[in-house]
Write a new protein. Sequence first.
Length: 145
Amino acid sequence: MTWFDIHHVKPDFILVLVVSVSLLEGSEKGMTFGFLAGLAEDILCGGMLGLNAFARTLTGFIIGIFNKNFYNINKIIQSIIAFISTLLYSGIVYLLLKIFGSNISFSDTFVYILFPGTFYNIILILISFPKINKWLSGELFDSAL
């Protein structure tokens, strides 16, 4: 158990990065980053190869559609985006698992994983989005010099 782990639920750092890249850079870069991050996760963590790659690619594409001028979005919008993206990604993973024969319960998934994980991701995106924004725009390294 890590200090991030609460009842086996952890924040999804990769999802927060995919969402941030998608919002700040658009669908194409978001889905490319989502695919590469998801594929790396599939390879390194095991499980069904391609599941996370597909789910993160699709999430990056859909969230990236809403790419407008997100450099100064407020905390309420960031929270809503984190909520929607977590539901979207988790829904895609759940549907793929069901398609491939998993007998995972929707109610257990929602109550024990999705609901607490969503709040974790909201907190994480509120904390990290400004830094990721600076990192992607190059300001983070300029201010350090």
